[in-house]
Design a protein around this ligand. Structure first.
Ligand SMILES: *Cc1c(COP(=O)(O)O)cnc(C)c1O
Length: 730
């Protein structure tokens, strides 16, 4: 450890070290709240809720904030009232057992990773709504990845940034226009503590740039067995401007961006060093953290005196890179001045010229007009790169073929591992209980085993339908609550608020659409023939209702116009009762919607959806996907487990693609989805629909679980990377 790498910052108050030695009821509750393990364990969630259901909701399901309102005495009283003693004791015992056990899968399959863990880098982590350091799909994927790594017992530590204002809160004004609000998160209400070095001192990393020194403190957050380290520039020794550097996710210009990425990548590697962790594998989740490789090379050179070339080769051997963006414009690029300002001092230590450094981020290293692309750096400095679905693999190989001009497209070293979701997080409690009663005992420990999931076909149709119907009603209650709150906040009349409280009918086919409002996702495709849609939603026998949610990037004006277009349908009497828009899409909104809708709609312009994961969450709870054959759905749909819009094609002209897809969306709705949903037998059950729900769950649940995804990463990427086998260099 060199003195230059980090300094102890005496201004950070050390907190009591976390340990599972709680004695009193209050201490046990706090211990439970301080490991995000609670967030995917329904018994613990229900326990916190029962302490004070109203405050629980008001506090965004944050148990630390909730417990701060309880003195030990008040907690005892409440526990006595609600008969919580044994539940608290049992939950605490389960956490303790969980933390002390290494799962069988990890013991037998992760071999050499034990002594040198995987270091997983991501600029966002979506673990729970009470920890707002994510914006959307990428972050939720990272959260699900580390939760499954914890479940499988994969030796993995994670590294990212702490944003004290996170991503924005979304409100729509009277006209349906999006406004962004940034709120300070109270650090004391988060399950974080300062990360400590071997001497028990809080760690601060420092990074020199050509224009000054950046410092970042390091937090530790526990996500089950996985430790998540988060770097935070809000330290007194930084300039006031730099203290704000990590305040917001995607909040600044390109200079803020490169500085954030410098802290995450270079700072992240330094933090691990200070912690005494020597990773055996670096996994870069998206190019944002790719500067990590340069710092890893520097450390290799410094430790063993190897040359830059040898260091680069060694680090690339150990690096796994996942790319997520099928759009060329979606990749971070920095101009030469930004690169020299921020990487200059590191480059001096690496002993390479400025042009050499730039070359690492360029497709054509000598081309002075090319900017520095983080994805190119990631591709060049990794042994293996992955796309996130089969189709995205094809697209990525084509997109980056010019990096390997002498290779045939199928030999481009970009493979794919399709994304999956963490089942305990996304599976509704009621549905989990149903699985519990009908699947083999111990099914939760074998989520990627297809045979387990065949059990769904043995469940009584009526029971599955009733469970779905109960969840649908919970979702409707959530929608009504949110909608009436939105109306009240906008100062609308009592009549409007009252109407919002009664909106929707549980017997009507309900279609959900929630995701980022980027224009390629075409949220308004269903409106391409608005009169026809008005007839469909108001059909007297077979009506349809839609629930929408999603944020537009603050700078995405066309995306904001899309939100306006859809949310303003409330002023059109034909749609007022049939189409609603829920503000401030986040993990909480997502969970409610995917657990309760009948159909999950996704209609991006193919092939721009790299994977998509929300539809996988919907599957688990019995919703049927209605989707363009893009991302994961292109490999998931088999004709019996959901609905497909369009074929495996796209026209070169977007307008033609859009027109075709719109026609097909209406066709599938009218000919397949609506008739199947309303086709009830004499018991009042939609038998054919229920059969399709079962097909969906049995064919997709195991394949698109994050446990399967992480196991794939271990076998195809982590083990080869840690073994130092031959490396595929561009
Ligand atoms: C799952 C999830 C996503 C990703 O879903 P997509 O299908 O990729 O749109 C985005 N945001 C939140 C809050 C999620 O929970």
């Amino acid at each position: 450890m060199s003195q230059i790498d980090f300094v102890a910052d005496s201004e950070i108050e050390p907190v009591t070290a976390y340990g599972l030695t709680a004695e009193t009821l209050h201490e046990k509750c706090i211990a439970l709240a301080r490991n995000l393990w609670w967030s995917w364990n329904h018994e613990v969630i229900n326990l916190f809720r029962d302490l004070d259901p109203i405050r629980w909701r008001q506090l965004d399901h944050n148990p630390i904030a909730l417990l701060s309102e309880f003195t030990p005495e008040r907690l005892e009283t409440r526990a006595a009232e609600m008969v919580l003693y044994s539940r608290i004791n049992q939950a605490y015992r389960r956490l303790k057992e969980y933390m002390n056990e290494i799962p069988a899968w990890g013991r037998t399959n992760t071999g050499v990773l034990g002594s040198r863990p995987v270091a997983y880098f991501s600029l966002e982590f979506g673990v729970h709504e009470s920890v707002p350091i994510y914006s959307g799909g990428l972050g939720v994927l990272s959260g699900d990845h580390i939760k499954s790594a914890s479940a499988l017992g994969v030796p993995l530590i994670a590294c990212g940034l702490f944003y004290d204002q996170g991503y924005f809160k979304q409100h729509l004004d009277q006209q349906g226009y999006q406004h962004e609000e940034y709120l300070d998160t109270k650090v004391e209400n988060l399950p974080m503590e300062p990360a400590l070095d071997s001497e028990g001192k809080p760690i601060t990393v420092q990074i020199d740039t050509r224009t000054g020194r950046l410092l970042a403190k390091v937090w530790l957050m526990r996500v089950g067995r996985v430790k998540l380290y988060l770097l935070d520039c809000d330290v007194p020794s930084n300039s006031p401007e730099d203290r704000e550097l990590t305040a917001r996710l995607y909040g600044g210009d390109n200079r803020v961006r490169i500085r954030q990425e410098l802290v995450a990548g270079v700072g992240g590697i330094r933090a691990l060093k200070a912690l005494g962790i020597t990773p055996g594998v670096y996994h870069l989740n998206e190019g944002h953290s790719a500067f990590a490789t340069l710092e890893a090379i520097r450390q290799r050179m410094k430790e063993d005196g190897v040359s830059f070339e040898v260091g680069l080769r060694e680090v690339a051997h150990r690096t796994v890179f996942t790319t997520h963006t099928p759009v060329p414009a979606g990749h971070d690029r920095f101009d030469r001045n930004l690169i020299e300002e921020h990487l200059g001092p590191l480059r001096d230590e690496l002993g390479i010229s400025f042009e050499q450094l730039m070359g690492l981020g360029r497709v054509e290293p000598q081309n002075e007009h090319e900017t520095f692309c983080m994805t190119v750096l990631g591709l060049k400095l990794s042994r293996r790169a992955n796309a996130v679905s089969n189709l995205h693999g094809h697209v990525s190989r084509r997109m980056w073929a010019h990096l390997w001009p002498w290779r045939a497209e199928e030999e481009i070293p970009i493979g794919h591992i399709t994304n999956g979701v963490h089942i305990p997080t996304w599976l509704a409690y009621q549905m989990m209980q149903l699985y519990d009663r009908n699947f083999e005992p111990g099914w939760m420990a074998q989520l990627s085993n297809p045979e387990i999931w065949q059990g769904i076909h043995d469940i009584d149709s009526g029971e599955l339908w009733e469970t779905h119907y109960a969840l649908k009603n919970l979702m409707l209650a959530f929608v009504r609550r949110r909608l009436s709150r939105q109306c009240r906040r906008r100062g609308e009349s009592d009549d409007v608020v009252e109407a919002a409280r009664n909106v929707f009918d549980p017997n009507i086919l309900t279609i959900g659409f929630a995701r980022r409002f980027a224009t390629y996702k075409r949220a308004d495709l269903f409106l391409s023939n608005i009169d026809r849609m008005a007839d469909l939603v108001n059909d007297p026998q077979r009506p349809v209702q839609f629930v929408f949610s999603g944020k537009a990037h603050p700078a995405d004006e066309p995306g904001k116009q899309l939100i306006k277009k859809i949310s303003n349908l409330r002023f059109d009497p034909r749609f007022a009762k049939r189409v609603v828009y829920i503000e401030d899409y986040d993990v909480n909104v997502c969970r409610h919607l995917i657990q309760g809708v009948d159909v999950w709609l996704n209609n991006p312009r193919r092939p721009l959806e790299a994977s998509g994961t929300s539809g996988q969450k919907a599957v688990l709870n019995g919703a049927l996907n209605l989707s363009i054959l893009d991302g994961w759905w292109a490999e998931a749909f088999d004709g019996t487990n959901g609905f497909a819009i369009g074929k495996n094609t796209q026209h070169v002209d977007d307008r033609i693609t859009d027109a075709r897809d719109a026609v097909d969306l209406y066709r599938v709705l009218i000919d397949e989805v609506i008739p199947l949903f309303y086709d009830h037998d004499i018991d009042g059950l939609p038998r054919h629909w229920i059969k399709r729900m079962m097909n969906s769950i049995s064919t997709l649940g195991w394949r698109f679980s994050a446990d399967r995804m992480v196991a794939d990463y271990v076998q195809k990427c982590y083990l080869p990377a840690s073994g130092g086998l031959s490396c595929q260099m561009p």
